[in-house]
Write a protein that binds this ligand. Structure first.
Ligand SMILES: Nc1ncnc2c1ncn2[C@@H]1O[C@H](COP(=O)(O)OP(=O)(O)O)[C@@H](O)[C@H]1O
Ligand SMILES: O=C(O)C1=C[C@@H](OP(=O)(O)O)[C@@H](O)[C@H](O)C1
Ligand SMILES: [Mg+2]
Length: 183
């Protein structure tokens, strides 16, 4: 059964989407951003929050994450996906990379208009992060600070963490038929 090489978690704006895409490209594996899947099916996240509320979004988000965990490659979650118990349970046993960054670095980078939880109160980032941090840490197999260096360097770090798992998968896949051919 396929499984992701790594799942990227962490608060809003740390780079899960951008870095995940670049890591997948570098490794030549598929990339799934669960927010993008939700948006493709239901429209912009700000509109979903306004029309259906956060709880509805979290339900759809969790179903989307569970489906993505049945696939391969790199999977990036939305920052609050780990709030859902089913998502947390499903992440057990996966390679989970917690991306983190100081608040100042994040708030300097992101488009607040696209993040409904921060748009009217950017100071909420730090508060939301502190609330969720124990959950991120509990789920993480690895933690990577994405601030203070060029994105490609952060990509290098994540690739170095994740590539050995891909190499093992490849070797196992090629080794099995050879073993069967032996007398
Ligand atoms: N290491 C980095 N250095 C500088 N900018 C970054 C870095 N990582 C991400 N960014 C920028 O921060 C913004 C938010 O990134 P994004 O991938 O959407 O974060 P997330 O998915 O975690 O919310 C984007 O504009 C992205 O280009
Ligand atoms: O932290 C959160 O609760 C959210 C993070 C967003 O994703 P990113 O973390 O990719 O920005 C998006 O899922 C939604 O706006 C809610
Ligand atoms: Mg994202």
């Amino acid at each position: 059964m396929p499984r992701p090489l790594a799942v990227l978690i962490g608060p809003m704006g740390v780079g899960k989407t951008r870095l995940g895409k670049r890591v997948a490209k570098r490794l030549g594996v598929p990339f799934t951003d669960t927010d993008k899947v939700v948006v493709a099916a239901h429209g912009p996240i700000t509109d979903i929050f306004a029309e259906h509320g956060e709880d509805w979004f979290r339900g759809v988000e969790s179903e989307t994450v569970l489906a993505a965990l049945e696939g391969d490659g790199i999977v990036s979650l939305g920052g609050g996906a780990v709030l859902h118990p089913a998502t947390r349970a499903a992440l057990a046993g996966h390679t989970v990379v917690f991306l983190t960054s100081p608040a100042e670095a994040v708030l300097a980078r992101i488009d607040l208009g696209k993040r409904p939880l921060l748009r009217d109160d950017p100071g909420a980032w730090e508060r939301i992060f502190r609330e969720r941090e124990p959950v991120y840490r509990a789920l993480a197999s690895h933690t990577v600070d994405t601030s203070g260096r060029p994105m490609e360097h952060v990509v290098d770090t994540i690739v170095a963490l994740v590539a050995p798992a891909r190499d093992t998968t490849t070797k196992t896949a090629t080794a099995e038929p050879a073993a069967e051919e032996a007398p």
